[in-house]
Design a protein around this ligand. Sequence first.
Ligand code: IMP
Length: 190
Amino acid sequence: MEIVFASNNAHKLEEVRSKLPMEFIVLSLKDVFGEVDIPETGTTLDANASIKSRYVFERTGKNCFSDDTGLEIEALNGEPGVYSARYAGENCSFQDNMDKVLKNLEGVENRKACFRTVISLILNGEEYFFEGRVDGEILTQESGTAGFGYDPIFRPIGFKETFAEMSMEQKNQISHRGLAVQKLVEFLSS
Ligand code: IMP
């Protein structure tokens, strides 16, 4: 069965393709539309995930899914949340975003945070949601160079390492996205 993953992120596509049973042929956004940029105008992760999967379904009628992720920091009232990609402004770098988080948490004792991923799946016209969450804390400085985004400043509960100090396999096993993808895969496989 063909299914569209509304993403062009090669890393995410590889992860999903490796986990889904053989009968699923996962197409990327590029495979279906060529160059396209879907505006993420929602104010929640669910809304943004939904916008992307509906975009594909309404134009192609194909089964599809999409994901949206945010880092939610308790002492910052859930920021950067749905705005995680552009927390420090349009076209900002991962470094700019981490710098802003560390600055906003200067002198703050409560470092609790979580990563949340929401997947919206549209299968035969019905929409389903799957969520993955990992709790942890924000360090006072960066540690590690692997991964991307906020990985160097996020340490999951129960671990000594930040996400940026883990191998991709180790991170995928416990990460927000890994857990959400696992739920999607179990649903599609059943
Ligand atoms: P997206 O919805 O997956 O594109 O994620 C939005 C933003 O959240 C990214 O641009 C990153 O800044 C951040 N992010 C998402 N997933 C991760 C992760 O696994 N580690 C660190 N940062 C992440």
